[in-house]
Ligand binder design. Structure first.
Ligand code: ZN
Length: 136
């Protein structure tokens, strides 16, 4: 699985999900062909249609829900998820890429992370149900 870890390096969420799901789709279709036999059979064509519809639709639904929350936006290259792999380095064919706001959030500096941890510790101290709480 090492080669797949590279898809996580640039932080583009839709591209990462797309490439990993396409890898999974290929494995599932290979297994289906192994089990069913001929790729020209009715059974395999139906199996392939269901697998592809479900995986493409589920990715599209997630990306559209994230788009409504301004986490991702349609990619400048103009492709859509059903058009297959593209050389676009931002989406690779998913049709979506992170918004600048989402990139800023992903790339928060260590100071911001430290602030969050302090707040969480503060909350634990003030939680009367927490173990070892000084609040009675
Ligand atoms: Zn693109």
């Amino acid at each position: 699985m090492n080669e797949n870890n590279e898809i996580f390096t640039d932080g583009q969420f839709p591209k990462t999900v797309y490439l990993r799901t396409m890898f999974a789709m290929k494995k599932i279709l290979d297994m289906g062909q192994f089990k069913i036999g001929s790729s020209e059979s009715k059974e395999f064509k139906y199996f392939k249609k269901v697998v592809m519809d479900e995986l493409y639709n589920s990715m599209q639904e997630v990306f559209e829900a994230m788009e409504k929350r301004d986490l991702v936006q349609k990619c400048e290259c103009g492709t859509s998820i059903r058009n297959g792999y593209k050389p676009c380095e931002k989406c690779n064919g998913s049709g979506f890429r992170n918004t600048e706001e989402f990139m800023d959030w992903i790339n928060q500096d260590a100071t911001a992370t430290a602030d969050i941890q302090v707040t969480e510790n503060e909350n634990k101290r003030n939680d009367p149900n927490a173990k070892g709480s000084i609040v009675s």
